[in-house]
Design a protein around this ligand. Structure first.
Ligand SMILES: [Zn+2]
Length: 399
């Protein structure tokens, strides 16, 4: 007699599957706006019974609602479902060397309030914690969002961030080493708090944006005060052992090149990052911002044109190296360099495409981020929201 082979699914696996299925249903409802149970079953390739169970659970949690609208056409009329935008609000915070940005999103992932303030005096983590707390309170107040609907806060920070321990391990931009930042925030902010690397969070937002939802692997490269990259594989951020995967700015491209902040010579970022470019330009001509170098290049000043040409070459090398390492479907470029001039961005993409080995190039698209500088803070808010839904699911759901 043939024996039945039964695959034993552990509790952890069951939770994982339930979480994935619930997230899929929420994504489908969000994408379609209004959708029936039958349409969900078809799109999610799940049985009507499973869909009913998940939907009932999400209705019980208040995350989705039944509407008075019905499917039309042939067959039985079916009630449409939609997300309840007011069911939960999440806060994203993006901290960098110049500014603090805040954004509140509703359950649809839509921003309901945003604010950006310049960091004038505050440098120490203790001071920054108080500013975040104060600004968040006033933003929530202005937006009229009640405390009980806040699901959590996520803070995006440049550098190597131990996201699980909540520790800023190293942030050259902020000048912080080993700062237990989450714990400091928890002293004054009493919502669940996450901290993570800024580019990881932007990559998260890029993956959830309508343009990129179907892309399985995405590399986001940020050219700004430093140079970094983040990789999304499936729906997950690829982190490496200490959440420092993608620190491409410190790959050495010229062994006897300029001295980098990390102590090595010839790191990639010494040829592209804004701080290095300003330092070098000032040897020749006084400039304050990257915009000045771009302007002089547009006026055909030789030294500025040479610098921009070198930036384009090394930015293309950065893209090339990233693609060879991780073979993504899509590369998304972001950061202040990309916002300087459309001509420079286009030239970087053209040069990168020219340099790439054809088997990798043929299946690759390289795009400029459509989220722009809001991508980081939006990703932070979205990450916080998704963590909340996952938690809800583990703690309360009986799907
Ligand atoms: Zn370096």
């Amino acid at each position: 007699m043939m024996k039945l082979r039964v695959k034993v699914v552990g509790k952890k696996d069951q939770n994982f599957i339930k979480r994935e299925n619930t997230n899929l249903i929420l994504d489908l409802i969000q994408t379609h706006g209004l959708i029936s149970r039958a349409e969900l079953a078809k799109l999610a390739k799940m049985s009507p019974t499973s869909i009913s169970r998940i939907v009932s659970s999400l209705i019980a949690m208040g995350l989705i609602q039944e509407t008075n609208e019905f499917t039309t056409g042939v067959g039985r009329r079916a009630t449409k479902l939609r997300l309840n935008p007011e069911a939960a609000f999440s806060v994203g915070v993006a901290l960098d060397e110049k500014q603090i940005s805040l954004m509140i999103i509703n359950l649809l992932g839509k921003p309901v309030a945003t604010k950006t303030i310049d960091r004038v005096r505050e440098k120490q983590p203790e001071e920054i914690v108080l500013v975040i707390h104060q600004e968040m309170k006033s933003l929530l107040n202005d937006a009229g969002v009640n405390d009980q609907y806040i699901t959590g806060v996520c803070v995006a920070i440049p550098g190597i961030i131990h996201h699980e321990d909540g520790i800023v391990y190293k942030s050259a931009q902020l000048g912080w080493d080993n700062v237990a930042f989450r714990e400091m925030l928890e002293q004054v902010i009493h919502y669940p708090i996450h901290i993570d690397n800024e580019l990881n969070l932007q990559a998260y937002a890029e993956k959830l944006s309508a343009n990129n939802k179907t892309s399985e692997s995405i590399v986001v490269i940020g050219f700004g005060s430093g140079v970094g990259s983040a990789l999304i594989e499936g729906d997950e951020i690829y982190r490496g052992s200490i959440n420092a995967a993608g620190e491409i700015g410190h790959t050495v491209v010229t062994p006897n090149g300029p001295l980098c902040t990390c102590g090595n010579f010839g790191c990639l970022q010494t040829y592209i990052a804004e701080s290095f470019l300003l330092e070098e330009a000032n040897k020749h001509h006084p400039v304050e911002r990257m915009e000045d170098i771009v302007r002089y290049a547009e006026e055909e000043k030789n030294w500025a044109m040479n610098m921009i040409n070198r930036v384009i070459t090394y930015a293309a090398i950065t893209i090339n190296n990233s693609v060879c390492v991780s073979n993504p479907e899509k590369v998304i470029l972001t950061g202040s360099l990309m916002e300087q001039s459309e001509a420079i961005s286009k030239e970087i993409i053209r040069e990168a495409k020219n340099k790439l080995w054809s088997p990798l190039n043929d299946f690759l698209s390289i795009e400029i981020s459509t989220l722009g500088e809001q991508g980081v803070v939006m990703g932070a808010a979205m990450f916080s929201q998704r963590e909340h839904i996952n938690q809800l699911f583990f703690e309360k759901a009986s799907v």
